[in-house]
Design a protein around this ligand. Structure first.
Ligand SMILES: *Cc1c(COP(=O)(O)O)cnc(C)c1O
Length: 961
């Protein structure tokens, strides 16, 4: 007798990844289904999802693979990329990420799984890190107010153009761009200028503003410092001339160069923009990296994107939070300063920490070394008879080689170095932190000259103009001086991340943002050099692995969404919206429909929708929401009628921002099409649709997805993100493209919306891996469990809190909104009180007051297991009982654990005068003493910080806590 044997083929499969990704196991799902009243996942989603939109067939995707298999496949792809010394320049440079930052920030879930710091009490660590970033940028640029990151240098420059428009004296004047600006920056500016009617003029500004332009109205001027060619010019006179003409002046500056060169602020610039990539952030074939913008004080209230400021908590202790949010899209909508929502927090944290670790002297040392290599490189070329075109440079040397440029670039490539082919006669070589003697020798050899580094070191002339040397001090704050040993740095990083609540601690039940698992297998390849160290403008044959991965991901996302073509270039959802709306605009214009400029947007839409529509040159018309939370169909019909001839597009979110599968979505789409409009389906809620329904099939013409929501790219504390735009074939000719990479989009495209051809390419392996690990069936099951979890939470909370909206079968989609307003009315306890009290219970709050004021939106996702779901539900039920005690008068309205939440460890010290016990404050029902999360500050006074705006590191004595 032999025991029955499991076939090897089955044993080899091990535990499917699906079981790692999806929290509730079979047994848990059965319990949850019983609570919701359905027999199986299929029955549940058959009832929840309207028939008219359901997929007819299973997703046509390759079957699931194990983690080991997927890592092996990624390794093969990585091996098809070639990493050469990156001397192409153009705003992307080799950098050495200090391993203490690589491992403890970039590869550390305590940092990368955090959410945007809208709940500042549990975000003090990343807010401090962002304040370091802002201080670093403000100091180096010499301009006092820096934002907490923009998406990249090109878009930051485009935002500067928009800012100039808002604040400038010559509102309708042209925008003048330095001919020596980075070519991708010029292209992004042109993409963004066209729909808003701004005229962009590119001109050689090396001798000042040419007379024929100076005679015209100029709204703004953008100067690159140092230039793309490497040239370092004294731009003081140019800035003065621009000011005399009434223009706003933006300087796009390299932060490493600014450690040696006079700052833009000192030279008189109004705005500085750029990238912080070379501060320890891998190039990643184009991104993600943190762009920056710093401005003069009087423009602070016009800054695009997020800004961290200092305020105080309920005890008067210093505390950080996001400042001046009334500028932003989520409040100002079509009047916002920009459409930016997700930015580049994780990368800004890294760049800021690079400055913390190196300090001003260390940064200056890196800059001097980089510069010295350039000096020696130039001297060697000159000694060999090669003409160098610029008199002054920081890190980039441009050589003139009559007709030989391609040959030199080719010869350098053979020696393992990528140079920039400027044109048939010019080659540039950019030095960076990773440059070494071997690269200089390779470059010389490629030019056919011989140099001797040692000999030239003594004689090479300094390429920096003496008159521009920086004389002021910078980065004087103690934070840039205290963490130089690795031990100190390690502990600083740990101290900050310990202050924060991220997914590595517990559930983040945020509606609309899908805070699901970011699996380690998905994350690992991101920091492999074959993905991390590629320059975005490396020749295609060196990026075969990347290009395959990109193509496959595009195709698979097209299959999931039912669209024909996908572009991965947009580096956030907001940028995907802009790209999608530009495609709609391009389509109408190609049809001669120049007047189709009205964008219908439901009142419940995400703020980015309205802000993006304005950037795409559209006029926003708001459609009402009916009492049941669905689009008010009568109002929609009336608005379509009214704007029939000017209707461009309807932007809807599906499932709606109310977390409901609207039944008449197909009718709505048909009505819009009938009137000649297009339908934009905001795909942020795709986690409710994958495998069940396809927006491209139920009426959408275009969608953006958020790979940092549905497809497992971590939120990073507020970025990075990827916001692919997906379109049906008639819009495909108007997708983004890129001047430096023909493979990035159609020739007929609208131009780039990101600086890099494939946007944040460096994090695409995450989503690629997720799709590969799950397979079509797994993806569908994830959606089904997400819907189950939301309905489970809704059903369990319903006896205690009203669930605001439901769809077919009384079911919600992947999230639910609970209504606090009746309780607030009866007891005075607000959504804020509940959100902050959840911190005492060890949770991140749900989304507050979006899309309906006075409510909480909960999205549990498929990744939370039943134990965690129950822990959350029970905390909410316990909080409900606490509200009752306030309502009944047992606890005073002004002194109860809800109003005083969150409670810090510090609140326990000293005399206790509250109307409730210490234990109730910090160890309410179910909170484990050893595992307690202690918030570092008490509730933060938002208004105080906006009245007293401080956006750089406060002096150390300002800390009493
Ligand atoms: C998150 C979100 C967006 C914006 O995406 P970002 O990546 O943050 O720019 C747009 N619409 C909805 C419904 C969202 O939830």
């Amino acid at each position: 007798m032999t025991a029955p044997r499991t076939p090897l083929s089955q044993l080899e499969q091990g535990i499917p990844f699906e079981q790692r990704h999806i929290g509730p196991d079979e047994g848990s799902r059965a319990k949850m289904l019983a609570q919701v009243g359905y027999g199986s996942l299929d029955e549940l989603t058959a009832a929840a999802v309207p028939d008219v939109i359901k997929n007819a067939d299973a997703l046509d995707l390759p079957g699931a693979r194990t983690e080991a298999e997927v890592l092996a496949e990624l390794r093969e792809l990585a091996d098809r990329n070639q990493v050469l010394a990156p001397m192409i320049g153009l705003g992307y440079h080799g950098t050495f990420t200090p391993p203490v930052i690589l491992r403890n920030v970039m590869e550390n879930p305590a940092w990368y799984t955090a959410y945007t710091p809208y709940q500042p009490e549990i975000s003090q660590g990343r807010l401090e890190a962002l304040l370091n970033f802002q201080t670093m940028v403000a100091d180096l640029t010499g301009l006092p107010t820096s934002g907490a990151s923009l998406l990249d240098e090109g878009t930051a420059a485009a935002e500067a153009m928009a800012l100039s428009r808002r604040v400038g004296k010559k509102k309708n004047g042209l925008f003048l761009v330095d001919a020596d600006a980075l070519p991708q920056t010029v292209a992004v500016i042109e993409t963004r200028a066209e729909p808003t009617g701004v005229e962009v003029v590119v001109a050689d500004l090396s001798q000042g503003i040419p007379a024929e332009i100076a005679g015209r109205e100029i709204n703004g001027v953008l100067i690159q410092y140092p230039g793309a060619s490497g040239a370092v010019r004294d731009i003081k006179l140019l800035i003065d001339q621009a000011h005399e003409l009434g223009a706003v002046v933006t300087v796009a500056a390299d932060l490493l160069a600014l450690t040696l060169l006079t700052s833009p602020g000192e030279l008189g610039a109004d705005i500085a923009v750029g990238t912080t990539q070379r501060f320890g952030v891998p190039m990643g074939f184009g991104g993600p990296h943190a762009g920056y913008m710093a401005v003069r004080e009087q423009f602070a209230r016009n800054l695009p994107g997020r800004l961290v400021g200092v305020s105080q908590d309920a005890d008067g202790n210093k505390a950080y939070r996001l400042a001046l949010q009334t500028r932003e899209q989520h409040i100002r909508r079509e009047k916002a300063t920009s459409n930016i929502c997700t930015a580049q927090v994780l990368l800004a944290v890294m760049a800021g920490m690079y400055a913390v670790y190196h300090g001003p002297d260390g940064l200056k040392g890196i800059a001097e070394r980089t510069h010295r290599y350039a000096d020696i490189l130039a001297a060697g070329l000159r000694a060999g008879g090669v003409e160098i075109v610029n008199d002054a440079w920081f890190d980039t040397v441009t050589a003139r080689v009559e007709g030989r440029a391609a040959q030199v670039v080719e010869a350098a490539r053979d020696r393992g170095v990528n140079l920039r082919l400027v044109d048939a006669d010019h080659v540039s070589a950019a030095c960076d932190e990773t440059t070494g003697r071997a690269q200089l020798e390779a470059v010389w050899a490629a030019f056919g000259v011989e140099g001797d580094v040692e000999a030239l070191d003594g004689t090479a002339a300094d390429g920096l103009p003496g008159g521009l040397l920086r004389t002021d001090v910078y980065l004087t704050h103690p934070v840039f001086h205290q963490h130089r040993s690795e031990t100190a740095m390690l502990r600083y990083l740990r101290r900050l991340s310990d202050r924060d609540y991220a997914l590595d601690r517990g559930m983040i039940p945020l509606g609309s943002c899908t805070m699901k698992l970011n699996a380690t297998t998905e994350m690992e390849p991101v920091t492999w050099p074959e993905f991390g160290a590629l320059h975005p403008f490396a020749p295609a044959e060196q990026a075969e692995g990347y290009l395959s991965l990109i193509r496959e991901l595009e195709e698979r996302l097209a299959e999931v969404t039912g669209y024909d073509k996908v572009s991965l270039q947009p580096n956030a959802g907001s940028q995907g919206e802009l790209a999608g709306l530009l495609a709609v605009r391009g389509y109408h214009r190609a049809n001669g429909d120049l007047d189709r400029t009205v964008c219908l947007i439901p009142s419940s839409a995400h703020g980015t929708n309205a802000a993006s529509a304005v950037m795409a040159g559209m006029k926003v018309v708001v459609v009402k929401t009916a009492d049941d939370g669905e689009i008010d169909v009568d109002d929609l019909r009336a608005k379509i009628e009214k704007h029939r001839d000017e209707l461009s597009v309807l932007m809807i979110t599906y499932p709606s921002t109310h977390g409901v599968f609207e039944e008449h979505v197909a009718d709505i789409c048909a009505q819009v099409h009938e009137a000649g409009g297009q339908v934009y389906v905001d795909g942020a809620n795709l986690n409710a649709l994958v495998g069940l329904a396809k927006p491209g099939h139920f009426g959408g013409d275009v969608s953006h997805l958020n790979l940092h929501k549905t497809f497992c790219i971590p939120h990073g504390g507020g970025g990075p993100g990827v916001g692919p735009v997906a379109v049906r074939s008639h819009l495909a000719p108007y997708l983004p493209n890129h001047p430096l990479q023909p493979a990035a989009g159609p020739e007929t495209g609208v131009g780039p919306v990101s600086a890099a051809p494939f946007g944040s390419a460096g994090i695409l392996p995450i989503s690629w891996a997720y799709v590969r690990l799950m397979g079509g069936e797994g993806l569908k099951r994830a959606t089904q469990v997400a819907v189950l979890a939301a309905n489970y939470v809704a059903k369990r909370l319903e006896p205690h809190y009203p669930v605001l909206y439901t769809g077919p079968g009384g079911l919600v989609a992947h999230e639910c909104i609970i209504d606090l307003r009746p309780l607030t009315k009866a007891t005075g306890v607000t959504v804020d009180d509940v959100a902050k009290r959840l911190i005492d219970y060890g949770f991140h709050a749900p989304t507050m007051s979006f899309p309906v004021a006075g409510t909480l939106m909960i999205e549990p996702t498929e990744s939370e297991d039943l134990a965690e779901l129950d822990r959350f539900v029970e905390a909410m039920i316990a909080i409900r009982a606490e509200i009752e005690k306030v309502g009944s008068g047992e606890w005073p309205a002004e002194d109860n654990p809800l109003r005083n939440a969150p409670h810090t460890a510090g609140t326990l010290a000293g005399e206790w005068t509250h109307a409730y016990e210490r234990e109730t404050a910090v160890f309410p029902g179910g909170v484990s003493m050893p595992d307690k999360y202690w918030p570092p500050v008490r509730r933060i006074d938002q208004a105080f910080g906006d009245r007293n705006l401080v956006c750089s590191c406060p002096p150390l004595d300002a800390y009493d806590n």
